[in-house]
Design a binder for this molecule. Structure first.
Ligand code: SF4
Length: 231
């Protein structure tokens, strides 16, 4: 079935059913990339409720908030799993440090992208290299850079089918789910962080502000993707 047909097939289908379809068809070749943000926690709960063998992985950039490690731990304990972790290559991180110092990402977009490439994109490519289907927690209303996404896409760069089961969920629906099923979530969300990435590149935002406005706040909105999600 091609991507257009899949989008038609799943247009009004619940997220759980979409996950079930891909798991039954692709088994361990389908995985969720989780940053332990609230959307990813919804998907984690859905997936591990369907089957404990469903594959969930995270990218540990070594610059995460302590609260993110706490929710990682709480998630592993609650569901009796060990989410897979992909770390950056040691040599790459050492070279990055030599070229731009420890916080060089504040100095230019070029430096920031180099840091994201080393700490996120290369480990992501490694994670995706053995997969056919990449599940994400992207939602259209999160930012101007995400409004034209489709439920199901083909990622030409990574050669995987990319599935965004929560694309049309509202923030309220996400939180209702979290509360209903008592899903562990990152305590930074209670401190005004709607979107949580690396500690030095994420900050709290005013209530009602663009969800991604606390990420790389020193850059223009058009640049606010780390390269993990490119159309
Ligand atoms: S979000 Fe910041 S610290 Fe994390 S990889 Fe990108 S530039 Fe580096």
């Amino acid at each position: 079935m091609d991507i257009n047909d899949l989008n038609k097939k799943f247009k009004n289908v619940k997220a759980e059913e979409i996950l079930k379809y891909f798991f039954e068809k692709y088994g361990n070749k389908v995985a969720l990339s989780s940053s332990f943000g609230v959307e990813d926690q919804v998907l984690t709960h859905m997936m591990l409720s369907l089957d404990k063998k469903m594959n969930i992985f995270t990218l540990d950039t070594a610059r995460l908030h302590p609260q993110t490690y706490s929710v990682m731990d709480a998630t592993n304990l609650k569901y009796g799993v060990k989410v897979n972790v992909f770390f950056p290559d040691t040599d790459d991180v050492e070279k990055l440090y030599q070229s731009q110092g420890i916080n060089g990402f504040y100095e230019s977009i070029q430096n920031r992208k180099a840091c994201c490439f080393t700490r996120k994109i290369k480990p992501l490519q490694r994670a995706l290299s053995s997969l056919d289907v990449w599940i994400t927690g992207l939602r259209a209303s999160q930012s101007i850079t995400r409004q034209n996404l489709s439920l199901i896409e083909y990622d030409e760069v990574n050669k995987v089918i990319k599935v965004n089961p929560l694309l049309h969920w509202s923030e309220d629906e996400i939180w209702d789910f979290i509360k209903k099923y008592k899903v562990p979530y990152n305590s930074l969300h209670d401190e005004g962080f709607p979107s949580i990435g690396c500690a030095p590149c994420t900050r709290a935002v005013e209530s009602g502000a663009d969800v991604r406005s606390g990420r790389w706040w020193w850059e223009n909105p058009e640049h606010k993707e780390c390269g993990l999600h490119i159309k």
